[in-house]
Design a binder for this molecule. Structure first.
Ligand SMILES: *Cc1c(COP(=O)(O)O)cnc(C)c1O
Ligand SMILES: [Zn+2]
Length: 464
């Protein structure tokens, strides 16, 4: 551990502090979430973001190669000798003109931050490298998570590459994509399938880790968010340290949005940026807790004292109605986002907005991303669908610079993609029709031809 950081309850009414070597998922005084807080006077971060460019010439050093630890000076909670990296964060900010047209922006106004390029194929590796580093510093030998898929794939990858810990993974039944489940199994993680959904798996993993003393790496873990801050540093880096107008991100457990807010709050506080971008968090309509609470019921950060009865009341309604989250975007199919309060803080700091998008909008946006970018999994496309909605409402201006976060790789959930492009109506109905998706407006259908060269050549002339 370094002595430059400590943990602190996010509630200003409480503000309890804990050592950096303590393992906690909540404040033991009031139950709120914890932050990792730095003593910047002593940590002495660089005087300008440009300073980090010198690390580009030292790519042979693992800590400079990593897109997370290249920014070590902005998350110095562990000594460099303890830092764990498997090469995360080699990601790309791609300018996507055709997706910009779809969203309704100027040609060069839309950028896709493609986090699918991480070793396990999602942005989760950014956070995992930090949580895993913390787990190592406290001497953990087992780490656990509940997951809609990507967190487990990431944890399993860190365990199998480093052999520092054994992974224990809790998944719900049915709602995990094969791409993700196959990673956990392939990497050798102990995989426990609970008869329940993600929210059930989350509740059980908390209990089981407490009982067995297993290190928990879900996004309630404050160290995860430290790693995820670096996604924003890389966005700034790719824009040559210019702050964009908007960051648009899908919202599930709200770890990413919370981390982005923290990143910008800190950069502003240290004096490394002079302006904070606006933040848009996009829910799926079938898992829209944040949208409901923030946009409809007026829940706000309120200087760290959000009206608790607003959220508890809503969760009570969900339970009473037996309402379960349901969306094709399995990575954000979550009704009880664990980082809700931190996300409210991020929305406050970033003059944020929240929108919900339907599975139809998600799948159409995903097809546009695929046709004009590197592709993504359904949850990721919520960002593009949300940006389009905000553009249509005039909240995002036509000449603004917008960065949508593509959180996961295109191949994570091939079932949804193939169902969208298929000519097989039964397959479409089973996967997408059942979720209210009516048509595949941007489908790229396979052309069926006889096994005959002339016919094949004819088809290529006709469709090519
Ligand atoms: C985890 C995940 C999300 C949701 O992120 P939160 O930080 O939980 O809001 C979105 N997309 C993908 C691909 C994910 O794996
Ligand atoms: Zn507290």
């Amino acid at each position: 551990m370094t002595d430059l950081a400590f943990q602190k309850c996010i509630s200003p009414r409480c503000g309890a502090t804990y050592g950096i070597d303590e393992v906690r998922v909540e404040c033991s005084v009031c139950g709120n979430l914890l932050d990792v807080v730095y003593d910047w006077d002593r940590a002495k971060p660089p005087a300008s973001l440009k300073w980090f460019e010198q690390k580009w010439t030292r790519r042979h050093e693992p800590l400079c190669f990593s897109g997370v630890w290249r920014f070590y000076e902005l998350l110095p909670f562990a000594p460099p000798s303890q830092v764990v990296t498997i090469g995360e964060g080699q990601t790309l900010l791609q300018s996507a003109p055709s997706v910009a047209a779809y969203v309704g922006l100027n040609n060069s106004g839309l950028y896709l931050q493609y986090e699918g390029m991480n070793p396990s194929g999602s942005f989760k590796d950014n956070g995992m490298s930090a949580a895993f580093t913390h787990a190592r510093t406290i001497g953990a030998n087992r780490a656990a998570c509940a997951s809609t898929g990507n967190t487990s794939a990431s944890l399993a990858a860190y365990c199998s590459v480093t052999k520092l810990m054994r992974a224990v993974i809790f998944v719900g039944s049915g709602k995990i994509s094969y791409g993700k489940l196959s990673q956990a199994l392939d990497y050798g993680a102990l995989t426990v399938q609970i008869a329940g959904d993600f929210d059930d798996a989350m509740a059980r993993v908390k209990e089981a880790s407490r009982e067995l003393g297993i290190y928990l790496v879900n996004s309630v873990n404050p160290f995860r968010l430290e790693g995820q801050k670096t996604i924003m540093y890389r966005v700034l880096e790719a824009l040559r340290w210019e702050v964009p107008d908007w960051i648009v991100v899908p919202g599930g457990n709200l770890g990413n949005s919370s981390a982005f807010g923290k990143a910008f709050i800190e950069l502003k506080e240290i004096g490394l940026i002079d302006r904070i971008p606006r933040l848009a968090v996009i829910n799926a309509a079938g898992a829209n807790t944040l949208h409901e609470l923030y946009e409809r019921r007026g829940l706000r950060w309120n200087k760290g004292l959000p009206a608790e009865e607003t959220s508890t009341g809503y969760f009570g309604e969900l339970d009473a109605g037996g309402k379960r989250a349901s969306t094709i975007a399995s990575a954000i199919e979550i009704n009880r986002p664990v980082n809700l309060t931190k996300c409210l803080r991020a929305l406050e700091a970033c003059d944020g907005v929240v929108r919900e998008v339907t599975d139809q909008e998600i799948m159409d946006a995903k097809a546009q991303v695929g046709a004009g970018g590197l592709g993504c999994e359904p949850a990721s496309a919520a960002s593009v669908a949300g940006a389009r909605k905000l553009r249509a409402e005039g909240i995002i201006g036509v000449d603004e610079r917008v960065v949508c976060i593509l959180t996961g790789h295109q191949l994570k959930d091939p079932t949804a993609t193939v169902a969208y492009h298929t000519t097989d109506q039964d397959k479409f109905n089973e996967v997408l029709g059942s979720r209210g998706v009516k048509r595949a407006a941007y489908a790229n259908r396979a052309v069926a031809v006889p096994n005959d060269l002339d016919e094949i050549i004819k088809a290529i002339h006709l469709y090519g």
